[in-house]
Ligand binder design. Structure first.
Ligand code: THU
Length: 142
């Protein structure tokens, strides 16, 4: 479970980081706020590249920041995104970001929260958005 107050705080951080998006090619701006089990929050934005392939999503920016600081345990991520200057649609994480989440998060307790605010959001468990995932269990012993 995640408290409403905590979700509000995560939306403030995700919206703030969305403003930092570097997206001159798609003009699609995404912000993410990743909550550790200890209650620390790491923000991230999408960072595009003229070569397109090196583009990093907001979610992965937040995860890589956190993991590189030594964090390994996470409880939730809030994602806010949409076309620059337009009313935001709910922004679902891409498949690559879901796979990164699966590397570090419990499928049956990690929350992915999409929306525009704590009052206008939808919560999903990781196992709902990435069923039958490939993980360490598949390569151990091989
Ligand atoms: N993007 C994210 O940052 N997160 C998502 O969940 C979906 C897509 C970014 C990548 C790219 O910079 C832009 O949105 C358009 O795909």
């Amino acid at each position: 479970m995640i408290a409403d107050e905590q979700i509000k705080e995560l939306f403030v951080v995700a919206c703030d980081y969305r403003k930092r998006a570097y997206s001159p090619y798609s003009h699609f701006q995404v912000g993410a706020a990743l909550l550790t089990k200890e209650g620390k929050i790491y923000g991230g934005c999408n960072i595009e590249n003229a070569a397109f392939g090196p583009t990093n999503c907001a979610e992965r920016t937040a995860f890589f920041k956190a993991v590189s600081e030594g964090e390994r345990e996470f409880s939730a991520i809030v994602i806010v995104g949409g076309k620059e200057g337009e009313k935001e649609e709910f922004c679902a994480p891409c498949g690559v970001c879901r796979q990164v989440m699966a590397e570090f998060c419990d499928p049956d307790s990690f929350y992915i929260i999409l929306g525009n605010s704590a009052a206008d959001c939808q919560k999903f468990l990781l196992e709902e958005v990435l069923p039958f995932s490939f993980g360490a269990q598949n390569i151990q012993g091989s």
